[in-house]
Design a protein around this ligand. Structure first.
Ligand code: TXA
Ligand code: MG
Length: 319
């Protein structure tokens, strides 16, 4: 089987125009993209990932103007966020325009939209606009429940067979810089609600909007990454205090570089700061499986800013 990995933007545009799937690099994680206006293509996304149909998808567009073709109304505070953080790792969930398919929203009256900043994703969106495609749905390009991919190779391991068989492609844009999925903000009310923490932090959101983030979500919008167990490798992940680390074989370590790691543990990630921790976390979790480790001990980063998202993902991986 020949590898579906390519750097050819024109080829990837053609794959998407034909109604097939193309995994694309974004600054957060790789996404499994399909034309957001093509229901057959969207159905393929669910099949390829083995994703339950009621888990809604994020629509990726080139800019705020295009985003407004999907979200009918954005409160002023949300528009401030869009202007400050787009393109970038922020997703806004707003009231959907009438044309938006139930396939995308999971039959909810809201739709999630974001503008990715990865230069390759931006170039692809511009190329596609010339060919009549202005928006892509793109869930993380992993099998449902598995660790999100931060490199083209990771996508290939989960979805390569499906994509090769179904005229799909994987657009290689290198390793993802952020490494964790976008911050999702519910933008339907008078103040922001964070549905999924990410690289855009609560402090930044409060600073830009001048509003306090509301802590409790009202009627529980469906966020698949919010299932208790998600982002999980085969190896069992255990969160542990640094002074309790055992000296064990067949086990890995993930944590800050300041931790003294017992000699028996395989160091999967010794992060020198939270950015480094975030961008290498998923690679490290996948590496545990590649090495056949049965257990991963994770020491959490200090809780502030980006650490909130790292702790969120590690806690789910441990469940
Ligand atoms: O960084 C990211 O957001 C990546 C890259 C590829 O853009 N995408 C991503 O997609 O993480 P996915 O499908 O793995 O996660 C999207 C999340 C899901 O948890 C989904 O439930 C939530 O967005 N979502 C989508 N539409 C929603 C809606 N209308 N209301 C609430 N949550 C929504
Ligand atoms: Mg996902």
């Amino acid at each position: 089987m020949t590898s579906p990995i390519t750097t050819d933007l024109d080829k990837c545009a053609e794959v998407l125009v034909a109604g097939n799937l193309c995994a694309i690099p974004t600054e957060t994680v790789y996404g499994l993209a399909a034309d957001a206006k093509n229901p057959k293509a969207i159905e393929q996304v669910f099949r390829a990932k083995n994703r339950p149909a009621d888990h809604p998808l994020i629509v990726h567009v080139a800019n705020l103007v295009e985003a407004k073709n999907w979200i009918t109304y954005l409160p002023d505070w949300a528009e401030k966020l869009a202007k400050e953080f787009w393109p970038g790792p922020l997703t806004l969930v707003g009231l959907k325009a009438q044309h938006v398919s139930d396939l995308i929203t999971g039959s909810q009256d809201t739709v999630a939209v974001r503008v990715p900043s990865h230069p390759v994703a931006q170039k692809l969106l511009i190329k596609l606009a010339d060919r009549g495609i202005t928006s892509l749905v793109a869930p993380s390009a992993n099998l449902f429940g598995h660790v999100s991919p931060t490199s083209a190779k990771h996508v290939e391991l989960d979805l390569g067979e499906y994509l090769a068989k179904h005229d799909g492609a994987i657009l290689d844009g290198g390793n993802c810089q952020v490494g964790l999925e976008s911050t999702i903000v519910l933008a339907t009310g008078s103040a922001p609600i964070i549905l999924r923490p990410g690289a855009i932090t609560q402090t930044e959101i409060e600073k830009v909007t001048g509003l306090k983030v509301v802590e409790t979500a009202p009627d529980k919008p469906r966020v698949s990454g919010s299932l208790a167990s998600h982002y999980a490798p085969k190896a069992q992940v255990e969160i542990i205090e640094q002074n309790q680390l055992p000296d064990e074989k067949d086990a890995g370590f993930i944590g800050p570089s300041s931790v003294n790691v017992p000699a028996g543990l395989t160091v999967l990630l010794a992060a020198f700061d939270n950015e480094d921790y975030a961008s290498n976390l998923y690679r490290a979790l996948r590496q545990a499986d590649e090495l056949g480790l049965t257990k991963v001990y994770a020491v959490l980063p200090k809780d502030s800013g980006l650490a909130t998202a790292i702790i969120d993902r590690l806690t789910r991986a441990a469940n």
